[in-house]
Design a protein around this ligand. Structure first.
Ligand code: NDP
Length: 338
């Protein structure tokens, strides 16, 4: 009998999650049936969408039940297999959640080749976040050479890929991030044309100065004060792929203050803006194989770089996740469990 250490949702957060919203448990796993595998988690991906799953509010995906294992993408090793397609020792991309072991169906697991790329990249630049950047930018952003793109959360897995793909397509890429280290990384290591700290008191002025020709694509990752500073800078026919609104994920109530919706709609109308939300799964069937081909090539050529922020030990997942929502991660946040 194999036991799995699991982190379950103990209660639903109101506002920012705390350690008390999580609980560690141990569960004995059932014996394998035909077509099943026993997996040991090597890496667990921590992603902003998990804040939505902790809430009971209606969304595009069902919430995690109180007492259930937190969901999440994983890279796992096959410890035992009763499926002809997978063998002991294989490494797969799975959706095992916040736990050390899992018994699951082999069907649907993607085998990874550790010789092609570090297996952890299947959760970052060569996985869901990288694909989000690729599909949202190319499909909704419709990049054109010589235009200007702005993206926030720009040192993270989505934003860093958005900016670098934009540069490959011949755009001017302006990245927004929190703090001087992240800003220096965008400018000096990733080659963004400009990088700005959204916590700087003169952030809006710095941003305006960094986009002398206005903004043609605003890849929306954060919302909040950053979006408020970008919107007045949008050019006629600008595109806004709405990917994420992390500035509001911990909001416990509607914001006080004037109703900005009429001004927002007016700008959409008078500037002929395209504002289009998306969930990356929409484009998987159509674009995933192109993404894997292009992104692997760009990484091999050194045209796309990535950074991982690895935390050791499943027990540190709650603290690391709470930090993700506050910008304490620097790069794709992963928990190494193996
Ligand atoms: P990151 O690893 O970039 O982590 C989130 C970052 O958001 C933090 O590190 C922080 O960076 C930034 N942030 C947090 N609060 C604020 C704020 N108030 N203002 C500005 N920035 C803030 O995350 P990902 O790259 O994984 O995800 C980026 C966005 O993409 C998220 O909104 C996520 O929900 C969304 N997403 C959407 C998908 C889709 O299908 N639509 C799929 C995957 C992700 P900093 O220190 O720089 O402020």
């Amino acid at each position: 009998m194999v036991a799995s250490t699991q982190i379950v949702l103990a209660s639903r957060p109101v506002g920012a999650p705390t350690a008390a919203n999580f609980r560690t448990e141990t569960a004995e796993l059932p014996p394998l049936a035909d077509g099943q595998v026993l997996l040991r988690t090597l890496y667990l991906s921590l992603d902003p969408y998990m804040r939505g799953r902790m809430s009971a509010a209606k969304s595009y995906a069902a919430p995690v039940g109180v007492g259930d294992v937190m969901v999440g993408g994983t890279v796992s090793e096959v410890l035992e297999s009763r499926d002809p397609g997978l063998a002991k020792g294989d490494v797969v991309q799975s959706y095992s959640g916040w736990q050390t072991h899992q018994v699951t169906q082999a069907k649907g697991l993607r085998a990874l080749d550790p010789d092609l790329a570090p297996v952890s990249t299947a959760l970052g630049v060569l996985g869901m976040p990288g694909f989000t950047a690729y599909s949202g930018l190319l499909k909704i952003g419709r990049p054109e050479e010589g235009q200007t793109l702005v993206v926030a959360a720009a040192s993270g897995p989505v934003g860093s890929a958005v900016g670098q793909i934009a540069r490959i397509r011949g755009l001017r890429a302006v990245g927004i991030a929190g703090g001087p280290k992240k800003v220096a990384y965008l400018r000096d290591e990733l080659g963004f044309d400009a990088a700005i700290d959204h916590r700087a008191p003169d952030f809006a002025d710095q941003l305006r100065a960094a986009v002398p020709d206005g903004v043609d694509i605003y890849f929306e990752n954060v919302g909040g004060a950053v979006a408020a500073a970008v919107y007045p800078l949008l050019n006629t026919y600008a595109r806004v792929p709405v990917c994420g609104l992390i500035a509001d994920y911990n909001a416990a109530s509607a914001q006080e203050g004037p109703d900005r919706l009429p001004a927002f709609y007016s700008r959409i109308l008078t500037k002929s803006l395209t504002v289009r939300g998306f969930i990356q799964t929409e484009f998987v069937r159509e674009m995933y194989s192109d993404f894997l081909r292009d992104m692997s090539g760009w990484i091999a050529q050194g045209r796309v770089k990535y950074r991982e922020d690895i935390v050791d030990g499943l027990e540190r997942a709650p603290e690391a996740f709470i930090g993700l929502l506050e910008g304490r991660n620097f790069g794709k946040l992963l928990v190494r469990t193996g």
